[in-house]
Write a protein that binds this ligand. Structure first.
Ligand code: HEC
Ligand code: HEC
Length: 388
């Protein structure tokens, strides 16, 4: 009896000892994790970039790399300087449906300020309600894009603005006819005179005015901007971890870098649907260089929580989906590896910088939490009165 009691006592003591050890290890781990995040928080919100942990980069990305941070000042082209009058004329034209053949579709129909300057549709519809093939990009921060469209086919905003006016599926109007229609509207004379010194309406002036207006559409400071400026308590632990993952383990920084969160290059991340319905050869259609098949412009990620659905074809509806796709190394299910296009064999070669990341569910949600801090407040935009 006595013996049995001592055994029970010994067992009890052993179990509590083990339990204590285990608790200590768990507590230690929690403490270490808390210390780790507290330290990251301190470094990232220090206001001093030189204190930030080093990013994990592929050698390939180094030439186009610059650290993430605030948006710099907008650079203006030498032949189209800014004036309030020009921006006001540009705004009026941007909202004016009379630039379209039906007099029903304005730039703002697909780039709606209430929908973060895009249309939140998978693909847009335009003239005669025809559907396009690509997702409308937001024009927020477009001043920072080094080339325009998903395939970079326009070099400047001035050049870009004439394309949707003429696109059969968008505004469907010849640019000369569109300019002629604007020239016949008496009320526009004064706006052109204020902007350009005389009342002559030309397609070139229309483009310059619209581009000038677009360069003013810029994100307001986001939670991210405030956090890195020293408001250290603004971020949750998950957001701090998400920022760190973005720069390190998840390797997003290889392509999404600078204050604009894009290195402005063209990359193939395995989304071209080569040889399938919905195939989009991307940059290849502009350069005809087989190496560019399936490459798209790296989009900036500011305001990303408001500009879904995502990717050039709007095929992903949530950010979780996008991050899960990257985590798995962007599997191209059932995609053909090559296709023949106008007699030329094309293969879709995914970038070497896209690989299995094996992020945990927790890490995926931390990355998403971070991406959501890249949006600023939405500005209330008043639609201008249309000249008569
Ligand atoms: C019918 C819908 C529609 C209309 C109308 C429209 N757009 Fe777009 N916009 C799009 C789509 C779709 C894309 C992406 C197309 C692509 O990449 O091929 C785009 C892309 C852009 C881009 C490129 C953004 C970037 O980051 O590269 C700019 C700038 C732009 N549009 C400005 C305008 C202007 C200015 C007008 C009016 C003159 C206009 N859009 C009219 C749908 C539209
Ligand atoms: C090799 C370069 C590269 C890397 C690395 C990369 N991206 Fe991208 N990202 C792109 C390109 C190119 C696109 C556009 C692809 C398309 O439209 O088909 C894109 C699109 C996106 C989009 C959709 C944007 C939109 O406006 O529709 C999100 C969100 C995104 N990336 C987040 C991330 C995150 C998070 C990581 C890290 C896990 C990451 N990216 C890593 C190049 C890259």
């Amino acid at each position: 009896m006595k013996n049995a009691l001592s055994w029970i006592l010994i067992l009890f003591l052993t179990v509590s000892l083990l339990n204590n050890c285990l608790n200590n290890t768990v507590n230690k781990e929690i403490r270490q994790k808390t210390d780790f995040i507290a330290n990251l928080r301190k470094l990232y919100s220090s206001g001093d970039f030189s204190q930030w942990p080093k990013p994990i980069l592929d050698p390939e990305s180094v030439p186009t790399f610059s650290e993430i941070g605030h948006l710099p000042d907008v650079e203006l082209p030498g032949d189209n300087q800014y004036s309030d009058e020009k921006a006001m004329l540009g705004k009026t034209l941007f909202f004016d449906p009379r630039l379209s053949r039906s007099n029903q579709i304005a730039c703002a129909s697909c780039h709606d300020p209430e929908l973060a300057w895009c249309d939140n549709r998978t693909v847009s519809f335009g003239h005669d309600r025809q559907a396009g093939t690509r997702n409308a990009m937001s024009i927020l921060n477009v001043a920072y894009a080094k080339s325009l469209f998903w395939d970079g086919r326009a070099k400047s905003l001035e050049e870009q603005s004439q394309i949707p006016i003429q696109d059969e599926k968008e505004m469907g109007e010849h640019i000369d006819i569109a300019a002629g229609k604007i020239a016949k509207i008496k009320g526009y004379e004064i706006l052109f005179e204020k902007a350009f010194g005389d009342k002559t309406v030309t397609k070139d002036r229309i483009s310059k005015a619209i581009a000038t207006f677009e360069r003013t559409i810029k994100s307001l400071p986001s939670k991210f901007d405030q956090f890195i400026d020293g408001k250290s308590e603004l971020y949750t632990d998950d957001e701090v971890m998400g920022l760190h993952l973005f720069r390190t383990k998840a390797q997003c920084m290889n392509c999404h870098n600078s204050g604009y969160f894009s290195n402005s290059s063209f990359e193939n991340i395995g989304t071209s649907l080569l040889g399938e319905k919905g195939e989009d050869l991307g940059r290849y259609s502009v350069t005809k260089n087989p190496e560019d098949a399936g490459k798209f412009r790296v989009p900036g990620l500011r305001e990303i929580s408001k500009t879904g659905p995502f990717l050039h074809n709007g095929s992903m509806t949530t950010l979780t989906e996008v991050i899960q796709f990257y985590s798995k190394g962007n599997p191209e299910h059932g995609q053909k590896r090559s296709t023949v296009h106008e007699g030329i064999t094309l293969a879709s070669e995914k970038s070497g910088m896209v690989r299995m990341l094996e992020l945990t569910d927790e890490e995926i949600s931390q990355l998403e939490a971070f991406l959501r801090t890249l949006s600023g407040k939405s500005e209330k935009i008043t639609v201008p009165e249309f000249p008569k």
